[in-house]
Design a protein around this ligand. Structure first.
Ligand SMILES: N[C@@H](CCC(=O)N[C@@H](CS)C(=O)NCC(=O)O)C(=O)O
Length: 206
């Protein structure tokens, strides 16, 4: 088994689905959590290939890009977290990119906005625009699969990402975004409930 070292901030963010996927897959890893000064130093020294985290070191080889790392965790682990059927796998990949790429990039400016009124205005625009489109699209992917998860009846890496996003909203961690913004996409709520109640996920979070 390779030696795995995952580097991220001391936060859930992009790394938490990876941490869960590695644990569910039975892949032990070192969970390195950087504070902001250490991240700055690592970035300045060139220790991060693209200057960003998460980064997974596999026997010392440095790999970045969240979705790729998630797929690796699924393939190298117990192989239950990624569909074998091509169309189901495509839905999983498309959902992953919709959240990790499209939604994340749209969310970033408001994360750094210090003026609360401006932040809430940005969040309102996000909720009505990119976020609504991404959630509606992913809701449709779930419907197309005919199960509770994106890939159908089996939990996948995309479901981990979606569930943690829904949980973040449910816990009020994104100012201005509430469960009301998920009212039109009930499959995302049902998916999150199923993921967070899954015994493997519960064990991975304990
Ligand atoms: N495309 C990358 C994006 C990674 C990314 O933007 N990471 C953020 C943290 S969530 C980061 O390291 N930001 C600090 C910086 O870019 O200086 C991925 O999917 O992993």
């Amino acid at each position: 088994m390779p030696t795995l070292r995952l580097t991220y901030f001391n936060a859930a963010g992009r790394a938490e689905p990876i941490r869960l996927a590695l644990r569910i897959g039975g892949l032990p890893f070192e969970d390195v959590r950087l504070d902001f000064p250490s991240f700055g130093a690592a970035k300045a020294s060139g220790a991060l290939p693209l200057g960003a985290v998460p980064m997974l070191e596999i026997d010392g080889q440095k790999i970045v890009q969240t979705a790729a790392i998630l797929r690796y965790a699924a393939h190298a682990g117990d192989r239950t977290l990624y569909p074998t059927e091509p169309l189901a796998a495509l839905r999983v990949d498309s959902a992953l990119d919709s959240l990790n790429d499209t939604l994340s990039h749209a969310l970033i400016p408001s994360l750094f906005e210090r003026d609360q009124a401006k932040k809430l205005a940005m969040r309102a625009e996000l909720a009505a625009g990119v976020m609504a489109r991404v959630f509606a699209y992913v809701d449709g992917l779930i419907a197309a699969g005919g199960g509770v998860f994106v890939g159908g009846d089996a939990l996948s890496i995309a479901d981990l990402v979606i569930a943690l996003q829904v949980e973040q909203i449910r816990h009020g961690h994104l100012d201005g975004i509430t469960l009301e913004h998920l009212a039109a996409t009930p499959r995302l709520i049902a998916l999150a409930d199923a993921v967070l109640a899954d015994p493997r996920v519960v064990a991975a979070r304990a």
